[in-house]
Design a protein around this ligand. Structure first.
Ligand code: FES
Length: 573
């Protein structure tokens, strides 16, 4: 009874007698009423991220039920189990600080619990990357199922949705264009149902790129959370997971360098979140694949933005779904894709596209001849301010500011920003460049989405809508503006951003891919020697681990020891 290495026989608990280990395991699980017939089936784990603290996953119970149905229809045994759940607004200091912890939870549970394949139920921004990272490291057949987007609401006849409109209306409130009563009414309308943000933020971006990566069922990215389509995708994901277990379709066979290029193409074509680059870099790193910023830039030059969704465009996720979803976009991008990349179905991307529905008239996914934006949404910048790179979401930036030189107004950290940005005495004008440092991976810590530096209140009141803003932090995928992010290396470890002073001149040229501090090198060295940076450290706990091992944005902000090229010999077989 102990010769099999599948199902309940996998990863036996160590008692020094494998026969006894299995005997004991079966005795306990039978306490829940299972029969030997059930326990002899292929086991599909279901990683459940349902949590009262995560309304983006508020349909999780329904999805688990549908996945179970799919697994059983295909002859398998479903076993759901909890893993860490992260919601953007319920994770302090920031969900990114906890992404790697969640990925470790997923990896270790997939290794520790007996299962032959797993359905990963994710959705809110960091959950999908954490699950892909963990699954890549665990090496178990895995399929991603997202919870799906929320519905849109309405304010004075205008459709609204989280969270581009959250920022837009809050900006109007700060500028005193709307009052407290109106902004409170809008607060009720922005999130009209459970599900993930309804624009092309990080959750939607990760859903779309995961489908392009081949780790999700075709058509699985876009059905909204409360629809029948979403439940059907869940059932089908359960059934496919059984097939993946039979065929030992492990993540390394799907997530190849060519699959990551397909994912990046889609990230660029949807005007996706800048966070997507960091997450894909981290997932690829778990498989020993380096995503090079230069290659990303080259892909960007030849990949137009085709999807007309906020914040780059006009529509919402439910519209993208009605327009045919990711399969319709992939059909349009077909000449740019690696069609031989394998997907969770066991078929290649090209075969899936051949099976897909025919094109129909719609106004959400443009043709390559009529793009929203001629180049990819994200440009990679370099210069003496960012020797290892920085990025800007050019599709969401003000075209007039993309070639700009101005005076730096420096904020030391988030507290300094909070104290001074709305002070009427702040010496700032619309042509200045706002610089915020110490919000990188180690700086805050956890690289919070604070790169969307607010326009100083006195300028907002005067009608200023956008300014060049630079930081070593991230920005929500739902935000927009002429915002340079992910400056690497970060200030907290002595990157050049640490030595910028208010009054220095800064030059941004998206055309030349340049972000420069117009200060002589010798002066920067002098400032460095005058006040050298001491990287932050912590005495104990997760923070100690985080600060000692987290990598920079160009390595995905993963822990250095979790990359595939790190030594890992604890596989429990
Ligand atoms: Fe969860 Fe936006 S807060 S997807």
């Amino acid at each position: 009874m102990s010769g099999k290495k599948t199902g309940l026989h996998k990863g036996l608990t160590s008692y020094g007698d494998s026969g006894f280990s299995l005997f004991l395991r079966k005795a306990f699980i039978k306490g829940a009423g299972y029969t030997d017939d059930a326990l002899d089936r292929i086991i599909v784990g279901i990683a459940d991220t349902g949590s009262a603290y995560n309304p983006c996953h508020g349909n999780s119970a329904q999805l688990v039920e549908a996945v179970k149905r799919g697994v059983m229809l295909a002859g398998g045994l479903p076993m759901d189990f909890p893993v860490i759940s992260l919601h953007e607004s319920f994770a302090s200091p920031t969900s990114m600080y906890l992404r790697n912890l969640m990925s470790m939870d997923v990896e270790e549970m997939l290794k520790a619990l007996p299962m032959d394949a797993v359905v990963l139920i994710g959705g809110c921004d960091k959950t999908v990357p954490a699950q892909l990272m963990g699954a890549a490291s665990a090496g178990l057949p895995a399929i991603e199922l997202v919870t799906g987007s929320m519905l849109t609401g309405s304010h004075k006849g205008t459709r609204v949705g989280a969270c581009t409109d959250c920022r837009r209306y809050w900006g109007q409130y700060r500028a005193e264009e709307i009052d407290a009563e109106e902004v409170s009414h809008i607060n009720n309308q922005l999130v009209a149902s459970v599900g993930t943000c309804s624009v092309m933020g990080t959750a939607s971006t990760m859903a779309c790129v995961t489908e392009a990566l081949g780790m999700m069922l075709p058509g699985g990215a876009t059905p909204p959370a409360v629809t029948a389509d979403r439940i059907r995708i869940a059932e089908q994901s359960g059934a496919i997971a059984v097939e993946m277990a039979k065929n030992k379709l492990t993540p390394d066979r799907i997530m190849t360098p060519r699959a990551f290029e397909n994912a990046l193409r889609v990230l660029l074509a949807i005007g996706g979140s800048t966070n997507g680059i960091i997450h894909l870099t981290a997932v690829a790193g778990r498989l020993g694949i380096d995503l090079d910023l230069e290659r990303i830039h080259a892909l960007g030059r030849e990949t137009p933005v085709l999807v007309d969704l906020k914040p780059s465009g006009q529509h919402y996720m439910e519209d993208l779904h009605k327009a045919g979803g990711v399969p319709a976009l992939l059909r349009e991008l077909r000449p740019l894709l690696h069609l031989d990349a394998l997907t969770v179905t066991g078929r290649t991307l090209g075969e899936e596209l051949d099976r897909g529905p025919a094109a129909f008239a719609q106004d959400v996914i443009r043709t390559r001849g009529k793009p929203i934006y001629p180049q990819g949404g994200i440009a990679v910048l370099r210069g003496n301010l960012a020797p290892r790179g920085a990025i800007i979401k050019q599709s969401a930036a003000d075209a007039k500011l993309m070639e700009h030189e101005g005076r730096a107004v420096v904020f030391e950290n988030l507290e300094d920003l909070a104290q001074r940005v709305d002070d009427d005495a702040l010496d700032v004008n619309a042509n200045d460049v706002l610089v915020l440092r110490n919000i990188g991976p180690l700086g805050a810590p956890g690289m919070p989405e604070a790169g969307y530096i607010p326009i100083p209140r006195k300028l907002a009141r005067a009608g200023v809508k956008d300014m060049v803003r630079i930081s070593d932090g991230r920005m929500s995928g739902t935000a927009s503006g002429t915002i340079v992010l992910h400056v690497t290396p970060e200030a907290a470890i002595g990157g050049p951003l640490a030595y910028v002073r208010t009054g220095d001149r800064v030059r941004l040229s998206v055309a030349n891919r340049e972000i420069s501090l117009l200060v002589p090198e010798a002066e920067l060295r002098r400032r460095e020697q005058e006040k050298p940076v001491v990287p932050p450290r912590a005495a104990r706990g997760y923070r100690k681990l985080f600060l000692a091992t987290v990598t920079q944005a160009d390595r995905g902000v993963d822990f250095d020891f979790l990359r595939a090229d790190s030594t890992d010999d604890d596989d429990p077989a």
